[in-house]
Design a binder for this molecule. Structure first.
Ligand SMILES: NC(=O)c1ccc[n+]([C@@H]2O[C@H](COP(=O)([O-])OP(=O)(O)OC[C@H]3O[C@@H](n4cnc5c(N)ncnc54)[C@H](OP(=O)(O)O)[C@@H]3O)[C@@H](O)[C@H]2O)c1
Length: 248
């Protein structure tokens, strides 16, 4: 059976955001926040994945603030990513961004939640790119997150009230600039979130940087948005829909 260009979840989410034109091929010039503005993007973490994604947003015309524990070390990234970018502290990034990308070792998430959770809860979208990885974050943390139902539900506990969408969790940073806006079928990006407006905004932003989001479900499905699952790696949107249909 042919898959429709958007799932019913995608369509409802887009309509909720007022970007229904996307479903008719009438894409707006850029993703919009609910007040019609072009969202400012900030990254918490600007290493391989945060740096690659922030650069794609800057090249798509978004204002981007990269942040890291040591913002002085981001000069080369800012120079390479161009005039739409700047570097700051995590606090400055949370103040700057309408949309926050979190791309840090998952072991940093509890501290980020404690120190910045109230600010993150005010944002229209928090894109959670971070994964619990045993070799880096420790087997105990991975077990704890699995016991909580996986990274989506765990991030929701750590960031109460935040409009979280998991995305880009298992596509290698090196693939992003190569695959963005590729000709033919776009690279699919599986996403999961409970807040439909946040899911719609994420969908539109992902389109703007040259990919196609595929909503696989709510944050409970975030357990599949980590490396090593069938959704991981590079797939077309149709392939992702077929894989997602087989997940419990
Ligand atoms: N690399 C990939 O291809 C890839 C793909 C998909 C998902 N991911 C996930 O994305 C996350 C980041 O991976 P990465 O490869 O980009 O790591 P990375 O290159 O090591 O970068 C990590 C970034 O996080 C910052 N950071 C660490 N602790 C922090 C804290 N407490 N507060 C604020 N910033 C903090 C670091 O800042 P400093 O440098 O100043 O310490 C650095 O900018 C991981 O969870 C990973 O599993 C990675």
């Amino acid at each position: 059976m042919m898959n429709p260009p958007f799932s019913s979840v995608d369509r409802r989410a887009l309509l909720a955001l007022g970007v229904g034109g996307l479903t008719l091929g009438l894409s707006p010039a850029f993703a919009q926040t609910s007040d019609g503005a072009k969202p400012k993007i900030a990254t918490i973490g600007a290493g391989r994945q945060g740096g690659a994604l922030g650069t794609l947003f800057a090249k798509a015309g978004y204002q981007v603030m990269f942040s890291a524990l040591d913002p002085d070390a981001l000069k080369d990234l800012v120079a390479a990513a161009g005039p739409n970018t700047q570097a700051g502290t995590t606090a400055q990034a949370v103040a700057f961004g309408d949309v926050i990308l979190i791309a840090v070792p998952y072991s940093a998430m509890e501290q980020i939640g404690r120190d910045f959770g109230s600010g993150l809860a005010t944002k229209q979208l928090v894109l959670d790119i971070s994964n619990p990885i045993g070799g880096r974050d420790g087997a105990d943390l991975v077990k704890k997150i699995n016991d909580e139902g996986g990274a989506g539900l765990a991030t929701a506990r750590i960031l109460p009230g935040a409009r979280i969408v998991r995305a880009f969790n298992a596509i290698n940073y090196a693939a992003l600039p190569r695959a963005a806006h590729r000709s033919g079928t776009p690279l699919g990006v599986p996403i999961a979130g409970d807040d439909q407006k946040a899911v719609a905004l994420a969908t539109a932003l992902i389109k703007d940087i040259g990919f196609e989001a595929v909503v696989v479900g709510g944050l409970a499905k975030g357990k599949y948005l980590v490396p090593g699952t069938p959704l991981a790696g590079e797939h077309t949107p149709d392939e992702l829909r077929k894989i997602a249909a087989g997940l419990s």
